[in-house]
Design a protein around this ligand. Structure first.
Ligand code: XUL
Ligand code: CO
Length: 449
């Protein structure tokens, strides 16, 4: 990582050099207050460097746009680029601090919404121009530092014009405006060599059926996504198009509820080979699922794309977007990712925000570094689970009957309902119950930590 090219601006963070791997025995000092204990980016895990297995990304919105407000409280973070002044100047300041954080963390990727990086202008042309100017600055910083873009996206939910949805708006002119905004964001993502482009339908849903034509809105959303895919091919963008499911918040009923409903939607519009999914831990929880359920289902359906890595609070019913801290949960999630062949072109994007009392600049460093270390440790646990293979053997044994000639004949159509009825009635024997051994497997999993 090239630190020599960092700007002459006073550093925002107190860390003087990029964090490195210090191992479990690391002792902090004034010069080096923190080192990774498990995130050893060059360590080979299942044939790939850890950095490439995990493909960590810092998100722009929570870390640099977030100001510590909550529905009851004012900003607490006091970021200098929020202190007023010329908006594009502030956007450049924010970008410099963002790259300072990426360098300190030695993180390989970042993610952003168009409106995170540049202010909205008086016209769409002006807004798009602002985004492109900051993207040019990114391009220079990326070339200097080697930091890459995991994904870009468009904010189609904050501005009042989108209060009744973007693609699903009753007004076709809002649909058109959203299309123009996505067109620019996709092209900028392409210009920056993004590995993916994400669509999260924050307002693609409804509050009440009293004023909503649900069928029409779904058709609009299908057409919108098809247009994004068409444009991707037109401009030669080689990244993945990803949809991010979430069941509710900000709207009450969101169409992209969970992995299963997005998969059904993609099939309805013939997009299941073109679009994959960005799965977020907190959204899985809000949909009444576990993170690993959503990952395993997406893998089984062939639509797994990427992860938004955060954590919800099981006592709170909203999107708390906390940094991950639960080792067993993350290890099991990564186990399913590894079993399905790895993260591919996706990554682990920290769609996570500081608690509003974490007001020091360095809290941004601690939060991400701790989360990266937690995920690295979880990856090593998941690696053990894969290499040992006992868990998979238990699952394989449980379904072994389906690998016999008779099991295959039941699945491939050689045996009909009637034939099976005749056979089973004639023989008159009962299937023998077998233990599913859940507790034994829970003990096995505990042994990997
Ligand atoms: C909202 C959310 C978004 C998407 C990108 O809950 O997760 O930040 O990740 O639009
Ligand atoms: Co997200």
């Amino acid at each position: 990582m090239n630190t020599a090219t960092a700007t002459a601006r006073t550093p925002y963070f107190s860390f003087k050099q990029p964090l490195r791997f210090g191992g479990e025995g690391f002792v902090a000092s004034d010069d080096e207050p923190f080192a990774y204990r498990w995130y050893d980016k060059d360590r080979v895990v299942l044939g790939k460097r850890m950095e490439e297995q995990l493909r960590f990304a810092v998100c722009y919105w929570h870390s640099f746009v977030g100001n510590g407000t909550d529905p009851f409280g004012d900003p607490t973070f006091g970021r200098p680029w929020h202190a007023g002044g010329e908006p594009m100047q502030q956007a450049r300041h924010k970008a410099e601090v963002a790259f300072e954080l990426f360098r300190v963390l030695d993180v390989p990727f970042f993610t952003f919404h168009d409106r995170d990086i540049a202010p909205e202008g008086r016209t769409l042309a002006e807004s798009n121009g602002n985004v492109r100017r900051i993207a040019d600055l990114f391009q220079r910083q990326m070339a200097d530092s080697g930091i890459r873009l995991l994904w870009g996206t468009a904010n189609l939910f904050s501005h009042p014009r989108y209060m009744a949805g973007a693609a699903t708006n009753p007004d076709p002119e809002v649909f058109a405006y959203a299309a123009a905004q996505v067109c620019n964001a996709l092209e900028v993502t392409h210009q920056l060599g993004g590995a993916n482009y994400v669509l999260w339908g924050g307002r693609e849903g409804y509050e009440t059926l009293l004023n909503t034509d649900l069928k029409r809105e779904l058709t609009q959303m299908g057409r919108f996504l098809s247009m994004v895919v068409e444009h991707k091919h037109k401009i030669g963008f080689k990244g993945q198009i990803l949809v991010e499911p979430k069941p509710a918040e900000p709207t009450k009923h969101q169409y992209d509820f969970d992995v299963a409903s997005v998969h059904g939607f993609l099939r309805t519009y013939g997009l299941e080979r073109e679009v994959k999914l960005n799965i977020e831990q907190n959204h899985a929880l809000l949909a009444g699922h576990t993170f690993e359920h959503e990952i395993a289902l997406a893998c089984a359906l062939g639509v797994f794309g990427s992860l938004d890595m955060n954590r919800g609070d099981e006592l709170l019913g909203w999107d708390t977007d906390q940094f991950p801290h639960n080792l067993p949960q993350v290890a099991l999630a990564l186990y399913h990712v590894l079993r399905a062949g790895g993260i591919g072109m996706g990554g682990l994007n920290f769609d996570a925000k500081l608690r509003r009392q974490s007001i020091d600049p360095d809290d941004l460093v601690w939060a991400h570094a701790a989360a990266m270390d937690l995920c690295a440790r979880a990856l090593l646990v998941a690696e053990k689970m894969v290499v040992d293979g006992s868990l998979q053997r238990h699952v394989d044994n449980r379904y072994a009957g389906w690998e016999t000639e008779r099991g295959r004949a039941m699945l491939d159509g050689r045996l009909s309902l009637e034939t099976l009825a005749e056979e089973v009635t004639g023989k008159g024997h009962e299937p023998q119950p077998r233990s599913a051994r859940q507790e034994r497997l829970e003990h096995l999993v505990a042994s990997y930590f």
